[in-house]
Design a protein around this ligand. Sequence first.
Ligand SMILES: [Zn+2]
Ligand SMILES: [Zn+2]
Length: 336
Amino acid sequence: MPAPSSSDALLASLGISRIALPVPFADAGGPVNVYALEDDGGWALFDCGIGTEEGEAALRAGAAERSIDLRRCTRLFVSHGHVDHYGLAQTLSEESGARVFIHPADAPKAVGPDGWDGRAHLYRAFLLRAGVPAEQLERLAAMGRFTGKYSRRVDPERALPLADGQRLRFARFEAEVLHLPGHTPGLVCLFDAEHGVLFADDHILARTSPNPFLELVGEQPLRTRRALVHYFASIRRVLTLPVEWVLPGHGEPFQDVRPLLERLFGFYARRQDKLLAAMDGGADTAYALTQSLFGAHDGPRLYLTLSEVVGNLEVMEDAGRVKRGEVDGLERWARA
Ligand SMILES: [Zn+2]
Ligand SMILES: [Zn+2]
């Protein structure tokens, strides 16, 4: 089939409707997309939007405009466990009876009771070791608790797992589930190889580099899940696919993904060079390096920038460019 010339034609030919919902996050890359996919008996949704009043109103208005009856949702797919992607899943599941599909590595973020309070002390300990001043900790550690404003948690009996390689059939196309950890550990994309269409959610965005969120795994010793190391591997996997169109989690569909990804590698390479230069200037904790690169921040902005720095340090550690050590209870980084 010749490639459709516009994203509207492509979406229409595949029975896909895109509904954009406003999000209150400046760094998200624009409104979040819910994709309604024609399915046997109704519509499957790829991503379920943010659970704010404005988000829910935009989804309902967008669905009504397109004659999509949300009570006839057949399956609810959650690309990853961020509030702007699963926020309305529970509500939509209650209304339609549809099950909520999410990868097991991200399920704890969205399904069942919130385990945040039980893990907050680990984050405090990690951040202290990274050099974050004690007075910043409470605000940072409380961030994990704010998700309730934007989402409802999903009942475990409504949830089903998604796995890499799973094939999904919709009314007008088929897609494969790709597990592409990085932005989060359980992030999945859908790929329709026949039409070259990648539902990329937050794995690939046109205007912003998807932040590799700092997340800890297990208990002691304190270990991160090496978000950016995984992210690069997942990007390399996408580079092996015949992608014609990207349907992102935020913003308009776009083409020409290859140069975008190559620019992304270049962007990170420059950032890593800046980190090495900051080390030469005497900054050696992740916090000091973050201040040196991004200036002084606190709250969410500090967490995002610190995530970015730790992710890049881990990539350079893997490449043998930097090493870590411990002095006076602080983790300190130096050129290898
Ligand atoms: Zn996300
Ligand atoms: Zn997002």
